[in-house]
Every structure is written in C-alpha cells, then in structure tokens.
Design a protein around this ligand. Structure first.
Ligand code: SAM
Length: 167
C-alpha cells in the first residue's frame, strides 16, 4: 500500500486500519490509538470491530484513548483480546464533552494502557513531570471537616440524586 504522506519523521497511511496494518511491513512494539468511542451519532463514530486483533504480533503496549463506558464495553466484548489492562492517565479538556443525556458534562477522557506478555519483559521508562501545579481539592473528612466543604460535597451529591429524579 502506498503512503498517503511521508517525510523524514512520519509516514501516514489512509484507510481502514484493519486492512492497512496487515498490508505494511512494520513491527512496532507500541501503538497509540484514538478509535471511535461509539458515543455519538456521527457517521464515523462506530467502534471498528477487530481493530485490536489486527495489530501486528510485535505490539506489546497499547495506549488507547477512550471513555470509561467505551473501555468497559469493548473489554467485556473481548475486543482487547489478550491485552491486559495496566493503568490510565487522564486527558483533561478545556470544555466538557457535549454528549446528550449524561449525568455530568465530563471534562476528561482516559488514555488507557494495555499490554500483553509479561509486564516485566517490557521496556518501561517511567515519565516524571516537574511542571505540575498543586490543586485545591475539597475533602469532607469526619466530624472535624470544615462546614463549607461538607456543604459543597452535599451539593455535589444533590445534583447526582437530582439527575436520577430522587432529589
Ligand atoms: C476519536 S476520532 C480520532 C480523532 C483524531 N485523534 C483527532 O484528534 O483528530 C476516531 C477516528 O477514527 C477513524 N476511524 C473509524 N474507523 C476507522 C477504521 N476502521 N480505520 C481507521 N480509522 C478509523 C474515524 O474516521 C475518526 O477520524
């Protein structure tokens, strides 16, 4: 298959990944994917069955963007095959996703890490960041808790209950 674009840093192929991947001679060990989540009615937003199975056998680590709903659903359907879930990072977005009929307007997505084979055999270079800034987190801890914080927590719960029509 001919690349759609190529330079010294990148080669792009345009097509259905389930057809492209088996047709090109590459043996990556890591894949980063942002597949359709299947959460809107957009024509392209449909999980392509079998795309994980189409990955070359050389792939040991798979970073997959997605929502919790998508990841749980597709894992339950066996779509991640012999990949095991390891952990996740959170992509915090500026604006909430505009999905209809959800309890909350989420401002995050997950990037989940899957692997196959023995974890100890993988090449892992733990990443650190020195630019993290401290966050203010409201916690309600026992009777010593500040009243304003408790009120805030109660407010959050009230909106969850309200969504379910029980408040
Ligand atoms: C969540 S979007 C990714 C958006 C992209 N990361 C970006 O920031 O623009 C999922 C993409 O997967 C594409 N897609 C859907 N089925 C596919 C398939 N079988 N093979 C390759 N790409 C596919 C869709 O067209 C869509 O562009």
């Amino acid at each position: 298959m001919m690349p759609y674009y190529e330079d010294e840093a990148v080669t792009l192929y345009h097509g259905d990944c389930r057809e492209v991947l088996p047709s090109i001679a590459i043996a990556p060990t890591v894949v980063i994917a942002d597949p359709p989540y299947g959460e809107t009615s957009l024509c392209w937003d449909c999980w392509p069955d079998g795309w994980v199975a189409a990955l070359p056998a050389s792939v040991r680590q798979l970073w997959c963007f997605g929502s919790m709903r998508m990841l749980l659903t597709e894992h339950a359907r066996g779509e991640f095959g012999d990949f095991k879930f390891k952990e996740e990072i959170v992509w915090e977005k500026q604006n909430g996703s505009g999905f209809q009929a959800t309890a909350v307007r989420r401002v995050h997505e997950f990037v989940s890490l899957w692997y196959r084979g023995a974890w100890g055999d993988l090449t892992i270079n733990p990443q650190r960041t020195d630019d993290a800034t401290a966050r203010t987190v409201s916690r309600c801890v026992g009777i010593e808790a500040d009243e304003a914080m408790c009120a805030k927590a109660a407010q959050r719960l009230a909106s969850v209950l309200a969504f379910g029509g029980t408040a």
